[in-house]
Design a protein around this ligand. Structure first.
Ligand SMILES: C[S@@+](CC[C@H](N)C(=O)[O-])C[C@H]1O[C@@H](n2cnc3c(N)ncnc32)[C@H](O)[C@@H]1O
Length: 387
């Protein structure tokens, strides 16, 4: 690994293929004065709890440290590199930041720097979701464009149209599409959805995703909540702690899985939200059976997770014309075998196709794909029929 000054790195960026994502271990103060765009600013103690914010392991990273710290510990960059290597990440550059080392007069002309406490989403959302999202949004907008009834407020669950945003207050300014992400994990896809800006083809109103995530692991939900907070989309994202069970027609309440209060991310979270309350209980989900819940989603996703307890009920939760997007593990003949997840958590080829064709859905895509570690997933997209 080569070690650069900031000036050398900037010069090298023009000619070489250097990493464009930076893990910046300098103090918050130094980071705010000036940093590379696409940086994650972290203290070393939080590094491992923040890996979910990183890009995929295939992306090479650069490490940034302050010159003062580097002078007192010359092995600093190598130590950080070793920690990240141990987690499967490759670090191909180290940068020692001396505050006088670059010509500040030139900075305006260089678009790779930024000042302030800026957070960058450098993680990648699910690639298949990202690849299909323009199409899904077009399908939904085309479906709802003919409807004039936008509903009187976002809680009007019965209206079969786009829902005015609960945050905007004044109807007509922003409309919402609702997504329910089953097994949302650390919330990367929800944050990506919340960051999308789309415009209504008829009245030009901004349409945003209102994102509802559900997961049985409180630790994942806390991470999701922090990601939403850091990236500025908290008010568009609601997270629920509940379990989907093949043996029950209800979403089940779950107890906290571990004592989160000792984790660094919990401490970070309460420092931002002193009025911290427990992860929202999924009351609105489990007080009725799943099939008696109102249909209120334009899109339901289930990514790298499936539980047969919910598959049949997706239809009930989707608006007419809504879209289901499932991309999860599949096992069967002619598909290379893998050990995890266990077969009961894997689809059979054409299982989704048969289920949704039976319900008269329009099939948008049904593909067997390989994810980064070589396992096979079935990515399935279909649209619910409407009268
Ligand atoms: C492999 S992760 C995928 C997370 C996320 N969808 C993604 O693609 O990054 C599977 C997620 O499903 C959640 N999960 C597993 N079983 C569940 C259940 N029965 N009910 C709700 N969530 C569950 C796990 O806690 C985990 O966060």
């Amino acid at each position: 690994m080569k070690i650069y000054s900031v000036d050398e790195y900037v010069a090298g960026l023009k000619e070489n293929c250097l990493p464009q994502v930076f893990i910046d271990f300098r103090s918050e103060h130094e980071y705010q004065q000036l940093h590379f765009k696409n940086s994650i600013n972290t203290v070393p103690e939080h590094l491992f709890e923040r890996l979910y914010e990183f890009p995929p392991k295939t992306e090479s990273l650069a490490i940034v440290v302050s010159q003062l710290e580097f002078q007192s510990d010359k092995s600093l960059i190598i130590d950080f590199q070793a920690k990240l290597l141990g987690k499967g990440y490759s670090v191909s550059a180290g940068i020692v930041w001396h505050k006088n080392s670059c010509d500040f007069q030139q900075l305006d002309k260089i678009s790779i720097f930024e000042t302030g406490n800026v957070y960058y989403n450098v993680f990648f959302p699910n690639p298949s979701l990202k690849a299909h999202l323009d199409l899904i949004e077009t399908l939904l907008l085309n479906r709802y464009v003919s409807s004039n009834s936008f509903g009187s407020c976002y809680t009007d669950l019965q209206c079969d149209s786009l829902i005015p945003s609960k945050t905007q207050g004044s109807e007509g300014l922003t409309k919402n599409l609702n997504i329910l992400d089953l097994g949302c994990g650390c919330g990367r896809d929800l944050v990506y959805m919340a960051s999308r800006k789309i415009f209504h083809p008829i009245d030009g109103a901004e349409v945003r995703w209102r994102c509802i995530g559900l997961d049985s692991l409180d630790y994942c939900l806390l991470k999701a909540r922090i990601l939403a907070l850091r990236s500025g989309f908290s008010d568009q994202i609601e997270l629920y702690h509940a379990k989907i069970s093949a043996n029950s027609d209800h979403f089940l309440p779950v107890k906290n899985n571990r004592n989160l209060t000792q984790s660094n991310i919990f401490k970070f979270y309460v420092s931002c939200f002193p009025q911290y309350s427990e992860i929202d209980p999924a009351v609105q989900f489990y007080f009725k059976s799943i099939d008696s819940l109102p249909k209120q989603y334009h899109l339901i996703t289930s990514i790298r997770f499936v539980d047969r307890g919910i598959l049949d009920s997706i239809d009930n939760l989707l608006y007419d014309g809504g879209v289901v997007f499932i991309s999860t593990f599949v096992q069967g003949p002619n598909i290379p075998h893998f050990d995890k997840p266990a077969p009961e958590h894997c689809l059979k080829p054409n299982e989704l196709l048969d289920l949704f064709l039976n319900k008269k859905y329009k099939i948008i895509s049904n593909a067997i794909e390989k994810i980064e570690d070589g396992r096979s997933v079935n990515t399935f997209i279909a649209q619910k029929p409407w009268p």
